[in-house]
Design a protein around this ligand. Structure first.
Ligand SMILES: Nc1ncnc2c1ncn2[C@@H]1O[C@H](COP(=O)(O)OP(=O)(O)OP(=O)(O)O)[C@@H](O)[C@H]1O
Ligand SMILES: [Mg+2]
Length: 624
């Protein structure tokens, strides 16, 4: 029982949420279409009720009987004229229905587009944490099914539910008025039983369908994840394991989908039995009356065709109810998605960042992704305007976390981060982010051209500006070598480029953005020492007079920094200039020495290679 009330309130909530899309205030033309569609629909219902009358009249005319209930205009009494009229009304009714559908199509499509748009925008508003925890494949399926569900619902609620009730009321009235109370009673009881059964059976089927949707989403997520990891699967030769995992999800889907079809069979059969019983009773009643001479054969035919006609919307009620509930199942998930609140939001009184020089300050910052595991434990440091501060330290120390916090992907638990003295929690996210340029640790590119990816830094940039940015980032030379130059496609996530090339594209687009504040997170980590040296020169030029936060593993790249902060397990272990830290002979000095040894070994190896190309392998062993 508790379950049922929950799903009913969801139904009401969903219909409530959908209303503005079915009756869009900003589109009076669409509202007019809804009105006209309803008018055509009402007319078509009245025309529809004329159809059995013409059939009855032509039957009686063919039998040579006069009608017991209606006095006909003399023109219409010819049997052939009546037969033609009978078919003509059917045709008119059909035409009206088509007109209604055509009018309403644009209303439905508009609702679909508007909601899909809203969901898409919302997804970008949600925080990084949400996206890291969500599966992108599953997410896109939810949107796809949700938008389809809207189309169904918008269409069926407005155009079918109310009119079907009207048609039933008209039919009931005609039976009562023309043939007496018992005919009304049997019709009403049959319809009630039919609807009751349909709703019960459909509710049962919806739970089956839900589990089908779940396993469908699950199988899809697995397939996409597996394909995204194509290379990894090959590295470990785990194709068979992947296939088995996928097949297991598909097996669940297979079973659920089969149940959906079997249950549909039961539903249709049950509906047929109920309606069949009702029709039998009505026709027996009418048949007896014909034998008693109280009704004509025309009346018998009339009752039969009225019932057949009623079966159409009733059949539709089942269909509409199923569709609406199924659509709701799908939309429910989409609206749940729309109701997820963004973790990081602009404060109600948020101001745009007024940037002077871009001085950054971290004051006693405490932060944890998970309350159970603190990552930053009271970090304080300043990056004065136009200066460069480097953060170094072991992997997992929390270096990249600093850059995510400055971008305000997460809110800190205590302390403050300020830019030019303004707490970033009081700023609009847009203004804050537009002031910062980021070259991330792992660059992911859009599956488009090189030019598109560079221009992403400033979408309005001219071709010449894109080219200059590419030159500054030392990637122009590489692009010239490509057969299609700037128009070369980079592949999904940019995988057709090497790590170093991707990183340089990322640098180029940041150069194009030209922000007052720069964050370089291991910007040169994927490059060999020679290229690194070249890019370092470029980066130095870019970061000149810009407030720059450099995160680096290779200490050789941060010698020139105004201050170096050594981060260890979320705490500042040491800080100072390169020279001061070396003199201190602590953690930094030991890291420096280790790296220098490694570099020397590398240099040595290079010399060996240059002097003798063939002996590399044998000479390698003693060198290491
Ligand atoms: N979204 C997240 N949810 C939970 N924990 C996270 C998340 N992102 C990072 N962490 C954890 O926070 C810690 C710090 O991560 P961070 O990326 O800042 O390290 P880092 O110093 O940049 O390391 P590296 O030098 O390897 O890039 C890591 O131990 C990591 O596991
Ligand atoms: Mg990192």
């Amino acid at each position: 029982m508790a379950n049922k009330t929950v799903s009913d309130s969801n139904l009401l909530r969903t219909l409530f949420n959908l209303w503005p899309y079915m009756w869009p205030n900003e589109r009076p033309d669409l509202k007019m279409r809804v009105v006209w569609a309803s008018v055509y629909l009402l007319i078509s219902k009245f025309v529809l009720l004329l159809v059995p009358y013409f059939f009855k009249w032509s039957t009686d005319a063919l039998n040579g009987k006069t009608d017991l209930h209606t006095s006909l205009p003399p023109l219409l009494t010819g049997a052939i004229a009546l037969i033609i009229a009978y078919n003509l009304t059917r045709l008119i009714q059909l035409a009206l229905n088509q007109l209604r559908d055509a009018l309403f199509a644009s209303v439905g499509q508009y609702a679909v587009r508007k909601l899909a748009f809203k969901t898409f925008v919302h997804m970008h508003e949600l925080s990084l944490r949400f996206h890291l925890e969500r599966k992108t494949g599953g997410l896109s399926r939810i949107i796809e099914r949700g938008t389809k569900g809207i189309e169904t619902i918008v269409r069926f609620t407005i155009l079918n539910s109310v009119p079907t009730v009207i048609e039933f009321l008209l039919t009931a009235f005609i039976f009562w008025w023309g043939y007496g109370f018992s005919y009304l009673a049997v019709t009403a009881f049959t319809v009630w039983a039919y609807i009751w059964f349909t709703i019960r059976a459909s509710d049962w089927r919806i739970s089956i369908r839900r589990s089908m949707n779940d396993s469908d989403t699950d199988a899809n997520t697995k397939a996409i994840d597996s394909l995204l990891n194509f290379e990894t699967v090959k590295y470990f030769g785990n194709e068979e394991m992947e296939a088995k995992r996928f097949d297991k999800s598909m097996e669940k889907y297979e079973k659920a989908a089969t149940d959906v079809w079997t249950s549909l069979g039961w539903l249709n059969f049950g509906q047929g039995v109920i309606f069949g019983l009702g029709t039998t009773v009505m026709l027996v009643l009418s048949g007896l009356a014909v034998q008693r001479g109280e009704q004509t054969v025309g009346d018998f035919v009339f009752v039969n065709s009225m019932l057949l006609q009623l079966a159409v919307p009733l059949n539709f009620i089942g269909f509409v109810y199923r569709e609406i509930r199924q659509g709701l199942t799908d939309i429910e998930q989409m609206f749940d998605l729309l109701e997820v609140k963004a973790e990081v939001t602009d404060a109600p009184d948020a101001n745009p960042l007024s940037i002077a020089q871009g001085a950054i300050s971290f004051k006693d910052v405490h932060f944890a992704y998970d309350a159970a595991r603190p990552i930053l434990k009271g970090i304080s440091f300043d990056v004065p305007a136009g200066k460069t501060v480097a953060v170094v330290g072991p992997s997992g120390a929390g270096k990249s976390t600093l850059s995510r916090l400055l971008y305000r992907f997460y809110d800190i638990q205590s302390g403050a981060i300020t830019v030019d003295g303004q707490d970033i929690r009081g700023l609009t996210q847009k203004s804050l982010r537009s002031a910062i340029g980021m070259v991330p640790q792992d660059t992911v590119l859009f599956n488009d051209t090189v030019a598109y990816n560079i221009r992403y830094g400033r979408p309005g940039a001219s071709d010449a500006e894109v080219k200059t940015a590419a030159e500054i980032a030392q990637i122009a030379h590489f692009i010239d070598l490509l057969p299609e130059g700037f128009e070369t496609k980079v592949g999904e996530r940019g995988l057709k480029l090497s790590g170093g090339e991707k990183q340089r594209v990322a640098i180029a687009r940041t150069v194009l953005k030209a922000p007052p504040i720069l964050i370089l997170d291991e910007a040169t980590s994927a490059l060999d020492t020679t290229t690194e040296g070249e890019i370092q020169t470029a980066l130095d030029a870019v970061s000149k007079n810009r407030t720059t936060l450099v995160i680096a593993h290779r200490l050789s790249t941060v010698i020139g920094a105004d201050e170096i902060i050594v981060l260890k397990s979320g705490e500042i272990a040491e800080r100072g200039t390169h020279a001061a830290l070396l003199a201190k002979d602590g953690l930094y000095a030991s890291m420096w020495n280790r790296q220098r040894e490694a570099t020397q070994a590398e240099e040595h190896l290079k010399q060996v290679r240059e002097s003798d190309d063939l002996g590399v392998v044998t000479r390698l062993a003693p060198a290491t």
